[in-house]
Every structure is written in C-alpha cells, then in structure tokens.
Ligand binder design. Structure first.
Ligand SMILES: NC(=O)C1=CN([C@@H]2O[C@H](COP(=O)(O)OP(=O)(O)OC[C@H]3O[C@@H](n4cnc5c(N)ncnc54)[C@H](OP(=O)(O)O)[C@@H]3O)[C@@H](O)[C@H]2O)C=CC1
Ligand SMILES: N[C@@H](CC=O)C(=O)O
Length: 452
C-alpha cells in the first residue's frame, strides 16, 4: 500500500545512460512505487538540445534547458551529464535545495568526491554513485555497507571495458594493439577520444573512488599511479601466454604495512600487469569488468559483469534511485561516509610485487651469471629464468644454450626473468644497472606480476 506522497525525480542528461533511465522510470513506475512505498514521478529532463534525437522514446514535454529550475522542484536529482562543470554546480545546488543526488560521474567524484560528500553531510542528504565504478556491477554498496565490519586488504579491478576488450583480443586472436583499438572504437566500447581508456585515466578515477571507500581515506586522483596499455605489444602478450600469464590493465588499491621499512598507508595504482591464467580475473573476457576484493575476514570475493552500456548502467542508477526514495519515505539522515582514517597515500616505490623482465643480451659465456649477480646485489630474488638464443645465421631460436655454457654463438639471447616479491625501488635500481651492462643489448620490457 502506498501511503507516502509521490516523489519528484529530476534527470540531468538523456544520453546513453540517461535515456535508458528515463524509460525505466516510466515503464517500471508501478513496480518501483510498490518497492519504495511512494510513486517516483519523472518531472523533467535537462539537456543541452531539447530537439536532439534520443536513443529511447521519451515524452518531448519532459525536456528543458533550465537545469537549475528543474533541480529546485525535485526530491531526487539524477546527474548523468558527465564532466566536471556544470555537473558539480548542479549537484551542489541540488543538495543545498534538500534533494538527494544519484550520479554515475566518475570524473567528478574522483576530482571532487570529498567536497560533494561534505556538502551532503552538512544538509543531511546523500550522494549515491553505484554506476560510477564498473557500470552495472554492485561494488560501491558492498564496499561501503556489506564490508563495513571487515578490513579490506587489497582490491584488484578490471574496471575499464575498452582496455580489457583490446588486451583480450590481442590474447585470444593474436591481434595487434592498433587493430584491437580500431574494433573497440567501431563497437562503441571506446570513447570518441580513447585516451582516457588506453592511457588509464578512466581506471585511475575508478581506483581513487574504490580506494577511498575501501580504506576510509580520501585518495586524490592525482595520487593514483597510472600507466596505460599503449606500450603493450603482440609479442609481450604472446610471451605472457607461453609463460601461463595474461596481460590485464589492473586498478589496484592496497593497504600496505611493513614495520621493517616503516611503510604504512594506502597504494592506489593502475598499470598493465601479468596475472596467472588460473586467477579468476584471467577469465574476464571482452569488454566485461570485474572487481576482486581480498578482505581480512570475508576472504576473496569477486564481482563480475557489464562495466558499461546504457541499459546496464541504468540498472545501477535505478538501484540508487530506489535507495534514495526509500530514505525519503523512511526519513532520517543520510549514511555518512567515513574517511577519517586519514592514511598516508603511498608513492609507487613503496609497492612490492613480482616482476617479469625481458632482456636481449649477448649470447656469450658468463652473461647469465653477471645478470644474476646484479639481482642479488640489489636483494631481488629470482624465481625463474627462461632463455632462447637467436642464431646469427638463420634468425631461428633454440632454447637453453646459455644454461649449457655453449660459447659457439656470437648472436643474442632473450632472457625472461621472473622475480619473487621485491620492492619497486630495488627492482628499478636493478633494471637501471642491467641496462648499463655492455652485454645487454636492450631491456625489452618490465611487467609486474600481480594476483599471487
Ligand atoms: N555510457 C556508459 O556506459 C557509462 C557512463 N557512465 C557515466 O554516466 C554519465 C553519463 O554518460 P553517458 O550517458 O554515456 O553520456 P552522454 O554523453 O551519452 O550523454 C550526456 C547527456 O548529458 C547532456 N548534457 C551534457 N552537458 C550538459 C549541460 N551542460 N547541460 C545540460 N545537459 C547536458 C547531454 O545533452 P544533449 O543530449 O542535449 O547533448 C546528453 O543528453 C557520465 O558521467 C559517464 O561517465 C558511467 C558508467 C558507464
Ligand atoms: N569507457 C569506459 C566506459 C565505462 O566507464 C570503459 O571502457 O569502461
């Protein structure tokens, strides 16, 4: 039975996601009303161009360019415009007018999340943002509520569909980066300008949001270490495959405490890394997303699904709208997000992980011993070494000549070295020293190995 007055919902934006939200709000009106205990009336949609064609049938009378006027009459404001301004000003205006806000705007939250949360707290309102990380996948609520009594140790996330699509295509079909990116763009996965995807900016924004929630500490997006996937080659992906790994762009949020070195804080970082093909994240194919959470009491949890798409993301938005509406009906203040832990945000060289280093070296006696001694000098322990020798005459490769001490070849050899866990600082010093050796033709790649 519906006893509460109908709630007034304003929508800002009717693009890929907004148009689907408008449709679901209208089509599911009665069902939503029975779940909330009040009707949810869409009172208007602010856009730039009221006459632009839409991807879903929407009553034209709902469109307006007067966003501020619309906001002032709403109980709940859904912001799906994207970008920083005017989205930030509209959200602040909505909160100050007494409305709850639902948004999927990761760029805004990563840049101004604390400001928006403080504004909401001050007026007893709430900002909901389930759609901002990994689209349809419920991950914000699990981190904020379900795991609130636990301690998160680490999060490994595939949170950008475009880069996962590209790397997966390179892995499964042996495609090149350039071709895979062209297909991702054609299929609408990548943004018109895919820089935010392939250079890791989009994933870094999501990492900042996840780290803040997981570790109750504000994490500025500028403090997230970021590397994209533009340097990843088909050869690296093939070599990873041979060694039992797959390359993924990972967003990693980690609580690091090491009393021996005095390191104590939070690391948030995005880079392409190798993960074992046995790891659950290795099975995340195409444009899908997944977030793997390691918690102290709960153990390992994985959240998987569509990280983007109009209708899929609209599902997460509608879930937030229902939560906001229920709060209006039940009354009471919003749930304050605690960021009072104030942990130190650690730089990348405080991180320790495993590494795979690929070198082209002279095929001569003593080379392997020299390289091994450099690892040892820097306290980096080697787990495995694989080698193949490129014959000068034929260009063909034969394995293991260095191991047998053969001295007949004057060509080069490829060494693939995987380390045990080492600090980023020790590893980078080791690699710098290796690169200086005369017997080293080039350092082909250094990739982190994650997920152990
Ligand atoms: N697309 C996706 O798969 C996902 C998107 N998100 C996030 O959701 C949000 C919306 O994304 P998406 O739907 O793809 O965006 P679109 O670019 O498709 O749509 C943006 C909409 O906002 C309107 N708009 C933009 N600027 C203004 C303005 N200044 N005043 C009024 N209206 C404005 C546009 O109006 P007009 O149509 O008239 O130009 C358009 O309707 C973004 O924050 C995005 O990061 C999150 C997860 C996944
Ligand atoms: N461009 C993003 C869209 C969702 O956030 C992606 O590829 O994941």
């Amino acid at each position: 039975m519906i006893a509460y007055r109908n709630l007034r919902v304003a929508l800002l934006g009717a693009g890929s996601v907004g148009a689907q939200v408008a449709t679901l709000l209208t089509e599911h009106h009665d069902e939503l009303a029975s779940r909330v205990g009040a009707g949810l009336d869409l009172i208007g949609i602010a856009v730039r161009d009221v006459d632009a064609p839409r991807t879903a049938p929407i009553d034209p009378a709902l469109f307006t360019t007067d966003a501020m006027g619309l906001i002032e009459s709403a109980d709940i404001v859904i912001e799906l415009m994207g970008g920083i301004e005017p989205a930030r000003s509209y959200i602040l205006h909505a909160l100050n007018s007494g409305a709850d806000v639902v948004t999927g705007n990761k760029a805004l939250l990563a840049a101004h999340g604390p400001e928006l949360q403080a504004a909401a707290e001050q007026v007893g309102a709430q900002v909901y943002y389930e759609a901002a990380v990994a689209g349809a996948i419920p991950i914000i609520r699990p981190l904020r509520d379900s795991l609130a009594g636990d301690r998160v140790k680490r999060i490994l996330g595939i949170v950008n569909g475009t880069t996962n699509f590209i790397l997966d295509k390179m892995d499964v079909e042996g495609d090149t980066f350039e071709n895979a990116l062209a297909v991702a763009t054609e299929l609408g996965y990548a943004e018109a300008d895919p820089t935010a995807d392939i250079e890791g900016y989009d994933a870094a924004q999501k990492a900042a949001i996840l780290a803040r929630l997981a570790f109750h500490t504000d994490v500025p997006v500028e403090a997230v270490h970021r590397e994209g996937i533009t340097q990843i080659t088909a050869a690296q992906v093939a070599q990873a495959q041979k060694a039992g790994y797959v390359v993924k762009l990972l967003a990693i949020c980690e609580r690091i405490t090491d009393p021996s070195s005095g390191i104590d804080g939070v690391s948030a970082r995005v880079y392409p890394a190798l993960i074992s093909r046995q790891h659950p994240l290795a099975a995340v194919h195409g444009g899908k997303n997944a977030v793997f959470v390691e918690a102290e009491a709960a153990g390992d949890l994985m959240f998987y699904g569509a990280g983007a798409g109009g209708i899929e993301t609209a599902s997460a938005v509608l879930g937030d709208v229902v939560s906001a509406a229920r709060r209006h009906v039940a009354g009471g203040p919003g749930v304050a997000e605690t960021t009072h832990a104030n942990l130190t945000i650690l730089p990348i060289d405080s991180v320790s992980t495993r590494y795979q280093i690929t070198l082209e070296v002279s095929d001569a006696p003593g080379v392997l011993a020299r390289i091994a001694s450099l690892f040892s000098e820097h306290g980096v322990s080697v787990e495995t070494v694989q080698q193949s020798i490129a014959s000068v005459e034929s260009g063909a490769t034969r394995p293991d000549a260095l191991a047998t001490g053969t001295s007949e070849s004057s060509g080069t050899a490829t060494l693939v070295i995987v380390t045990h866990v080492a600090s980023e600082r020790a590893l980078s010093r080791t690699v710098a020293d290796i690169a200086d050796q005369q017997v080293v033709v080039r350092v082909e790649s250094v990739l982190r190995v994650e997920g152990a």
